[in-house]
Design a protein around this ligand. Structure first.
Ligand code: ADP
Ligand code: MN
Ligand code: MN
Ligand code: MN
Length: 366
């Protein structure tokens, strides 16, 4: 536990951040998902041009034996740049570079789920699948206790915290505001944010984005969240049920539509999609959180605005179901559906791939 994490002086840091550096030298921070499938790693290199296409950036490597992705005796894992974002920390022409990971045989590592997702998105491209993800998470103090909670007890019961304002109701807003701006700066399609039902729990949304870019944006937004919180000496937990008892868990609701669903009368397409989803419920559940879906057991209880993990349900404006049709969508008879099952620590490439394969692709293409 890092109860006494050494703090540095950010004002002193500013002096160095303002130093004039050679105008043909830029920093590129390569970012990737590690062997846990949930955590991110990064390392930085100098480049002598301003990259606009990920293909122009050098393939790089790292010590996979230290990230749970390779044996020590054959430790190099390759980083293939796939998306470029502006770097809100060093700014200027410096970049954040999202990467896929490949082992020494140039085979995708076990936690590289992007390439199969991309394959599915290409096959479904004509249907123009859009995704919007709602990332819920919890702020922790460095001692892993929820931020702002009494150290020897609990805050008052849930009911007054959701979308709340006031020093006795929300904890960590500075981090939320800083993260929102960092996302906008970076070029991430952030849609909104709100305080959640449990104190110290928050949400932001990404999207709607077409195809693979939703998950690219979401992974970088998670990196920014951890990195911004680090500046405030706060820890971010993506655990789907950080506190047991009468406290809401955290999800990654996935909102989904195709062009046909967004067109007049698209509600029929939405109903057809829900029917398809109902037939493969457990197949989806198994991929909607780590540990073959079992991380979600603690969250999908049927209480606290969730549905029971082992049964499929759907409904208009109902938050205790697997799939919700938002009220506005039912009224307008077109729009999108919301899959409420994915856990906060779900892998967005996997979830979006599952949705597209089940809803958009024929059986033989799935
Ligand atoms: P909720 O009422 O479930 O809390 P939010 O307002 O938090 O909903 O999030 C709505 C999400 O739906 C956003 O991520 C947004 O990008 C997404 N969204 C909106 N329209 C569409 C659409 N047509 N297709 C897919 N996603 C969409
Ligand atoms: Mn929401
Ligand atoms: Mn929410
Ligand atoms: Mn939602």
């Amino acid at each position: 536990m890092l109860a006494s994490r050494p703090l540095t002086n950010k004002t002193v840091l500013e002096r160095y951040m303002k130093l004039a550096v050679p105008d043909n030298k830029f920093q590129a921070t390569y970012i990737w998902v590690d062997g846990t499938g949930e955590n991110l790693r990064s390392k930085t290199r100098t480049i002598n041009f301003v990259p606009t296409n990920p293909k122009d950036l050098p393939i790089w490597n790292y010590d996979g034996s230290s990230t749970g992705q390779a044996q020590g005796s054959n430790s190099d894992v390759y980083l293939y740049p796939v998306a470029i974002y502006r770097d809100p920390f060093t700014q200027g022409n410096n970049k954040l570079v999202l990467c896929e990971t490949y082992n020494h045989m140039k085979v995708p590592t076990e936690t590289n789920h992007r390439w199969t997702c991309l394959e599915a998105m290409k096959k479904a491209a004509e249907q123009h699948p859009w995704f919007g993800a709602e990332q819920e998470y919890t702020f922790m103090d460095v001692d892993n206790h929820p931020l702002g909670w009494p150290k020897n007890g609990y805050p008052g019961p849930q009911g007054s915290y959701h979308c709340a304002v006031g020093a006795n109701k929300v904890y960590g807003r500075d981090v939320v505001e800083a993260h929102y701006k960092a996302c906008l700066y970076s070029g991430i399609n952030i849609f909104g944010s709100n305080a959640e039902t449990m104190p110290a729990q928050w949400e932001y949304q990404i999207g709607p984005n077409e195809g693979i870019s939703l998950s690219d944006d979401l992974w970088i937004s998670r990196f920014l969240l951890h990195r911004v919180a680090e500046d405030f000496n706060v820890v971010v937990s993506l655990d789907p049920k950080p506190i047991t008892g009468d406290w809401n868990g955290a999800g990654l609701h996935f909102n989904f539509s195709t062009e046909a669903m967004r067109a007049p009368g698209g509600i029929d397409e939405i109903e057809t999609a829900i029917d398809k989803l109902s037939k493969v419920h457990m197949k989806h559940i198994k991929t909607y959180s780590p540990n073959e879906g079992m991380d979600n057991v603690r969250r999908l209880t049927g209480s606290h605005e969730t549905s029971y993990m082992y049964s499929f349900s759907s409904g208009v404006a109902n938050r205790a179901v697997s799939i919700r049709i938002p009220r506005m969508v039912a009224e307008e008879r077109k729009g999108y559906l919301e899959d409420r099952r994915p856990a906060s620590n779900a892998e967005p490439y996997v979830v979006s791939e599952m949705l597209v394969r089940t809803i958009c692709l024929d059986k033989n293409e799935q």
